[in-house]
Design a protein around this ligand. Structure first.
Ligand code: X2X
Length: 334
């Protein structure tokens, strides 16, 4: 382009009302039909609105920006190679093992207990630790309670898992599945749907509203057991390097946009989950909802994995979570 033309272009931009928007790149590791994606898109809209168009966000699904590796996103944001990330706690455990606390088997029994930790002081302990790795957490959203699906048989007890080849997302779930007698295999989410389709694995576990329904896992799996064995939050994080480069006004706008977007994301995820079991049955899945006694059997079988990972997380953090949970239970029975 000639200098003349370039000069005209700049002038035109200025006349049109300001400097061009800066586009931030946001990576997440599930498909563009999910509530993660919807939350990320909402964040972009709100950020643009609140900064008067100075910033916008381009959302990249399926861990495209980390070569399909869902665990690498956090590390990339940490060193400033990505601006923003939406990912779930379990994906960060290779970088920050303490993040496993949220997903300890049967830590939570309900959403009140979840909210008492993810929306309160316990999650802030994790935000502080993530900041040491260069990741500034802006807000916590929801992947959800992870439910098990497979194409072989209904799962009503730990015995039913014996010998099943189960795809899992992260290291803690390997130990949990081993404790249950299954054959776990760690695999990227981006490769899992094909693996299920081709019968490379028999089953997997993921939340209903955030992943199983939007990613049509019901097309490949016949049985689901709503065993609520592990909760998984997501978070919206920004590279600390990027964050530190922003002025206070932009930081405030970004913080507000993130809080609102993740609130919206939690809401639509819970709605999708609530309506989800009926929908899955309509799609032909056999859904099993275990009794309290049956849940107790799963809880007991996974206790060794809980103890081992609670050790890795550390007593201080685990106790802070357990105390907040006990307090939430106290409040709700008053
Ligand atoms: O890979 C999974 O199972 C998913 C999408 O739930 C996570 O990112 C942990």
């Amino acid at each position: 382009m000639s200098i003349m033309k370039f000069g005209c272009l700049i002038a035109a931009t200025l006349v049109a009302g300001g400097v061009q928007a800066e586009t931030l790149r946001l990576s997440h590791n599930v498909g563009d039909t999910t509530t993660w994606h919807q939350g990320a898109e909402r964040f972009g809209e709100l950020l643009s609105e609140k900064t008067g168009g100075d910033y916008d966000v381009r959302v990249f699904p399926n861990a495209q920006l980390s070569g399909g590796d869902q665990m690498r996103q956090a590390e990339m944001v940490g060193r400033g190679a990505l601006d923003l990330v939406v990912t779930s706690a379990i994906n960060v455990t290779p970088l920050v093992p303490e993040m496993a606390v949220f997903s300890l088997p049967y830590l939570y029994a309900n959403y009140d207990e979840v909210d008492a930790t993810t929306q309160g002081a316990p999650a802030e302990m994790l935000s502080e630790i993530l900041l040491e790795s260069g990741i500034k957490v802006l807000a916590w959203g929801e992947n959800g309670f992870r439910e098990v699906t497979n194409s072989v048989r209904p799962i009503q007890s730990p015995e039913d898992l014996q010998g099943l080849n189960m795809r899992v997302a992260g290291p803690m779930y390997i130990d949990v599945m081993n404790a249950l007698g299954a054959n776990p295999q760690q695999m990227q989410w981006s490769e899992t749907l094909t693996a299920l389709q081709q019968g490379v694995v028999d089953g997997q576990e993921n939340p209903i509203g955030a992943v199983i329904i939007p990613q049509q896992v019901y097309e490949m799996q016949d049985y689901l057991t709503a065993w609520h064995y592990s909760y998984d939050p997501i978070f919206l994080g920004v590279s600390a390097e990027k964050w530190d480069s922003l002025d206070a006004e932009t930081q405030a706008a970004m913080q507000e946009a993130a809080t609102e977007a993740m609130e919206y994301q939690r809401e639509i995820t819970r709605e999708g989950t609530e309506e989800g079991i009926g929908f899955l049955r309509e799609q032909g899945m056999e859904v099993y909802e275990p009794s309290d006694e049956e849940l107790q059997a799963f809880r007991e079988a996974t206790q060794p994995a809980f103890d081992e990972w609670a050790d890795r997380v550390g007593t201080e953090i685990v106790s802070a979570f357990q105390d907040a949970i006990a307090q939430a239970d106290g409040n709700s029975s008053n």
